[in-house]
Design a binder for this molecule. Sequence first.
Ligand SMILES: Cc1cc2nc3c(=O)[nH]c(=O)nc-3n(C[C@H](O)[C@H](O)[C@H](O)COP(=O)(O)OP(=O)(O)OC[C@H]3O[C@@H](n4cnc5c(N)ncnc54)[C@H](O)[C@@H]3O)c2cc1C
Length: 492
Amino acid sequence: MERYDVLVLGGGVLGCFAARHLTRWGFHTALLEGREDLCTGTTRANTAIVYTGCDTPPGTLKTRLCVEANRTFDDLCAQLGVPFARPGSLMVSCGPRAQRVLERKLRQGQENGVPGLRLLSGAEARAMEPGLTEEVTGALYAPGTGTVNPWELGLAAGENAAANGCTIILNAQVTALFSDGPDWGAETARGTFRARAVVNCCGLYADQVQELVAEPSVRIFPGKAEYLVLDDTVDHAPRHILFHEPEEKGKGLTVVPTVEGKLLLGPSEGPGADKDDWSTTARGLDFLRTWTARVLPELDLSQTIRSFGAIRPNPFYVYPEGETWVREEKSIHNFTIQNPRPRFWSFLGIKTPGLTCADGLGRYVAGLVAEELGRKEPNPAFDPVRTPPVRVKELSFEARAALIRQNPAYGKILCRCGEITEGEVLDAIARGAVTLDGVKRRAGTGLGRCQGSVCAGKVMALLSRELKVPVENLRRDGPGTNWLGGNDRGTL
Ligand SMILES: Cc1cc2nc3c(=O)[nH]c(=O)nc-3n(C[C@H](O)[C@H](O)[C@H](O)COP(=O)(O)OP(=O)(O)OC[C@H]3O[C@@H](n4cnc5c(N)ncnc54)[C@H](O)[C@@H]3O)c2cc1C
């Protein structure tokens, strides 16, 4: 059994960045992920926004990491070869109560050091976004708000960690943890792994994993969220990220023009869900449609190509009462990073802006591990740069022709909506995709208007050939999603 310096449990965006920064310190690191691929949890279902830091109070870890992350996000994405856009955002109000929220966020943002914030009148906001309703009375403009594809960022960090020596072990759900002298041990279906330290990044399950070694102190209560995705051909699409601050108390609408050119609407805010319940509800989707019609009345919702569900990992402190644990009334707002046992750290219920701050959180926890394990100097051989995949449609005609001469697979268009070639799919499989959605998350197939109707069969055939797995054993994404021969949604 191999012994590591550090085990990272969970391979979402936080686990991938923690692993990346642990290799920066030269730690012999293994990342244990329960599923068959990285970034299949909350990391694949969120709003994809890189926040500026005006939403949280000054002086917190969340605010500090968010402001810093926003400032350095271009550099991070350049290192990791991940597309990043900074369309800026308008937080719009339609009345006096919402206007006061905007004014408070302006003051807070200025105190937090967020550059370029400006209050606009309703007319000024509509001049920037002509599709906005006449009811908009004001807006807070934040030029630094950005958007990134969340799974692309997480997978890139995971690849970079692996290139710097981290061992990634998939299908390794941690079922038990034990301490044995100076070591921690983790039991999984792939065997037992030992290390001097553990970083628990198990997302929605981080509380349960921590409770394998410590008394409960924070528990994660899931909450439902839903999204709609509109095609890139939709008319009257906003160019900025829009946050709608409703006049009534409660959640408004968020609209994001994504780096892929689609329009993301959401999230809705629903009552508690199961930790594995990624379904959508008619109620949640209706909420999104109703608010969209009010805020962007011209937007054609018939251009919706997809809906999907997400789960909020809401953390609450709990205290014992008799035989049970009772949760405090209010959810925890700051990032919760606990160190309940020596050389054991947990990220517990890291919600928004966890994606924005993933690199900062990884750096932060790796620093704590380095201090505890007495590591003084970072690894001089660490290479922060990842070689990104080729995106054929972004190449010039000449570069494309040269690539196709070298490898004809880059000349065969496989996904027509995204103009993605067989060469790109083969590269995605070589980088670790084992499911249809694993290919989607790496190459971008199936994201377009037809949602994979044209390319799914061809992608499955390539997966089957390259992985030497019968096609009926291949999955769309995770347990119960066998594409052929029956799955949770019936047989193809
Ligand atoms: C609705 C919503 C919208 C959001 N929008 C934004 C946004 O716009 N901008 C922003 O900055 N942030 C946003 N966030 C926050 C951000 O998405 C999260 O902070 C981030 O994705 C959390 O990543 P994670 O790695 O902790 O969790 P996950 O991605 O869930 O990863 C956890 C991993 O642990 C694995 N795992 C679980 N149990 C075990 C086990 N026992 N053994 C091994 N592996 C295990 C899981 O399989 C999973 O891969 C949003 C969050 C939500 C819910």
